[in-house]
Unconditional design. Structure first.
Length: 276
């Protein structure tokens, strides 16, 4: 089953043609789309959007890049929404949460500490509400893992993973799958492509991170020059093709396995996608 496990379909980039984007994804064979929140302002939006889609699911969380503008009341609001919507079959995870030490301002001890505090508080909420997490992982693998080891019952997806083999194995040991998407389609992305080719088939899930991380075929014009490009959930079909080619495996087998992996690490997806 073809599932886009990470798609910001609520983003403003889709406001003009969101229905067409969804139609193209369905035509490409996409059966499920997981829409993560990034801050309290879009909790209602992602929930309503997921409810409007066949196979639509959502996650609630505060993205690390939104942490500087968030406060204690945002964490309280997140807890309240998780409690109020805990029986919603489309609420499949806490996310997008994590740590981003790539952005320059994250080099300050104060912001790193703030990100860690929000991350650990949200991990504790995930454990309380028995939900997996969608992790944002940029230059922060070891610190993320440190806190996960203290909460071994939490699993989920390490989104857009780009760490070492050893770090990948540690996430897998914690019950996570690793998200692969557009970055994997570039020849120069040697580390990601090596991981995608060599890790066990049970390790990977497919994602787009649309409208971001466009795959290689969207990032060039007809003359081969770089161009700005909007990613879409329908592109997960060709991302699956790329993964199958890297692994020298049949495309249908890769899609089926990645779908099973997604439903294993996001358990509520299975019942949701089995519904007519």
């Amino acid at each position: 089953m073809l599932i886009d496990t990470h798609c910001h379909l609520d983003a403003a980039e889709f406001d003009a043609d969101r229905a067409d984007v969804v139609h193209r994804a369905r035509h490409a064979g996409v059966h499920g789309i997981v829409i993560p929140a990034v801050c309290r302002d879009n909790f209602e939006t992602v929930r309503d959007l997921a409810a409007s889609l066949p196979g639509g699911a959502y996650a609630l969380g505060i993205h690390p890049l939104y942490v500087p503008r968030a406060g204690e009341d945002d964490l309280v609001f997140l807890e309240d929404r998780l409690h109020a919507w805990r029986d919603d079959p489309r609420l499949v995870a806490v996310g997008e949460i994590g740590l981003d030490f790539f952005v320059p301002e994250a080099g300050t001890p104060e912001l790193r500490a703030r990100q860690e505090r929000f991350y650990t508080r949200q991990l504790d909420l995930a454990r309380r509400f028995d939900l997996p997490v969608l992790l944002h992982v940029r230059k922060s693998q070891d610190v993320l893992l440190k806190h996960l080891r203290r909460r071994p019952s939490i699993g989920g997806i390490a989104h857009a993973f780009n760490g070492s083999v050893q770090q990948a194995e540690q996430f897998l040991g914690q019950g996570f799958a690793l998200g692969v998407g557009g970055a994997m389609t570039f020849d120069r992305a040697l580390q990601i492509r090596r991981l995608a080719a060599r890790l066990p088939a049970t390790a990977l899930v497919l994602e787009t991170d649309a409208p971001d991380i466009p795959p290689a075929w969207l990032g060039r014009d007809a003359d081969g020059r770089p161009r700005p490009a909007r990613n879409e959930p329908g592109e997960v079909a060709r991302i699956a093709d790329s993964l199958a080619a890297l692994r020298s495996e049949a495309r249908d087998a890769v899609v089926a396995q990645c779908g099973r992996n997604a439903m294993r690490v996001l358990p509520k997806l299975e019942a949701l996608l089995a519904s007519p």
